[in-house]
Design a protein around this ligand. Structure first.
Ligand code: PMP
Ligand code: GLN
Length: 392
């Protein structure tokens, strides 16, 4: 038989699914895949439930319910001062993942180079490749995950069609500095490059910092598209409701990609997300406050156990350097050890690299109930104490 598409044939299952399966098989506390263990606000879920019962439950408009497109445009104004036309500059998708695919296949032609910043979210490489794009990877490096200006500059050329940037960034929990964003904007303008901005963690930014979309930089409004996710903003990851904001000229081909991929997203969920985006500031402040205290709880606990915890400015994730802990030769081995022997699932950070990954880092997800965080820390403590006693 003829070979199937090599982009999808014989490749690994996504690390998030793999670790969640292992966590279940071993009865482990799942700090691997990034999802909150308490569902988002009840009032938002009730709007969805009522809309499901009352209907209509037929195809909503292809670009999304007008109420949600208006809510996304309003949120762009409210949080970032962006003036956005809900008719021509907003599109609703089935999660940020679909939005990423729509943007990449609509903007990238075969042979175009796409700059990616590594570590990268794991769907980026396969989608770029499926679009026929040529990935050009640039690294940010631990412990502060700073960007090397010369390396970024060297990645851009007349062959570059787009840069895909994830800010705030998974798994590093980095928020790009104004300087770094300005550099990216300058390079995009200099080389006539589109920016696809994965900003799903826009509302999970800590310590009083504010997210700043790349789209708000001078000259970027017409060449940037930004992607949000209700899953992250409302702790409802299973809903898979995303949204893209961009200039009408780019939204046109992006919407044509969407029309052949999913066409629409469940109407009741769209109605509820529209309602959610209108919630007052206390909701958004409460979300970050709550996550910050979980971050601090887990970071203190892990540091107390000897993990070297890297700074975390945003997202759901804490990355640790596991060198010297004796958990295994690599991050993958360490995660296997932890899930099978300690009863705690984490994610190896090497999964976020195309090749030549560092192997000293693992990622813990902290959007969990305090009791769950404490249980994970207790299990890790017991495991490490026993392991140290054995090797003494
Ligand atoms: N981008 C990043 C950086 C993510 O971490 C995730 C994980 N949810 C997504 C995109 C996908 O979001 P969604 O679930 O809305 O498809
Ligand atoms: N974004 C989530 C993470 O980084 C996973 C989403 C998924 O499993 N597709 O953990």
């Amino acid at each position: 038989m003829k070979p199937t598409n090599p982009v999808f044939t014989g490749i690994d299952t996504t690390v998030f699914e793999t670790m969640s399966r292992l966590a279940m098989a071993h009865g482990a506390v799942n700090l691997g895949q990034g999802f909150p263990d308490v569902d988002g606000p009840e009032d938002i879920r009730r709007v969805a439930a009522e809309a499901l019962v009352e209907g209509p439950n037929q195809y909503p408009p292809m670009l999304g319910l007008p109420a949600l497109r208006q809510a996304v445009a309003d949120a762009n104004k409210r949080f970032y001062g962006l003036n956005v036309d809900p008719q021509s500059e907003v599109m609703v998708t089935s999660g940020a993942t679909e939005a990423l695919a729509d943007c990449l296949i609509a903007l990238v032609s075969p042979g175009d180079e796409v700059v990616l910043i590594e570590p990268l979210y794991d769907c980026y490489l396969p989608i770029v490749k499926q679009a026929g794009g040529i990935p050009v990877r640039v690294r940010v490096t631990p412990p502060d995950w700073s960007m090397n200006e010369d390396a970024l500059r060297a990645a851009f050329s007349e062959r570059t069609k787009a840069i895909l940037i994830n800010n705030p960034m998974n798994p590093t929990a980095k928020v790009f500095s104004e300087r770094e964003l300005q550099l990216i904007a300058d390079l995009c303008i200099e080389h006539d490059v589109y920016a696809i901005c994965d900003e799903v963690y826009e509302h999970l930014v800590f310590d009083g910092a504010q997210h700043r979309p790349l789209m708000t930089f001078d000259g970027m409004r017409e060449r940037a598209v930004r992607i949000g996710s209700a899953g992250k903003t409302f702790s409802l990851t299973g809903w898979k409701v995303g949204y893209v904001t961009g200039p009408a000229g780019l939204m046109d081909p992006i919407s044509k990609a969407h029309q052949w991929l999913t066409f629409t997203t469940p109407p009741n969920l769209q109605k509820a997300v529209a309602y959610g985006l209108g919630r007052d500031d206390s909701y958004f402040a409460g979300l970050t406050q709550d996550l910050m205290s979980k971050r601090d709880r887990m970071a203190a606990g892990l540091a107390g156990l000897g993990f070297s915890v890297l700074p975390c400015a945003a997202t759901y994730f804490l990355t640790c350097d596991i060198g010297g802990l004796g958990l295994g030769r690599t991050d993958v081995e360490a995660c296997e050890t932890l899930v099978t022997q300690a009863g705690v699932a984490a994610v190896p950070v090497s999964a976020f690299y195309g090749s030549d990954a560092p192997t000293d880092y693992i990622r813990f997800c902290f959007c969990k109930q305090d009791t769950v965080i404490d249980e994970a820390l207790t299990r890790l403590a017991a495991f490490l104490t026993a392991a140290r006693a054995e090797s003494a």
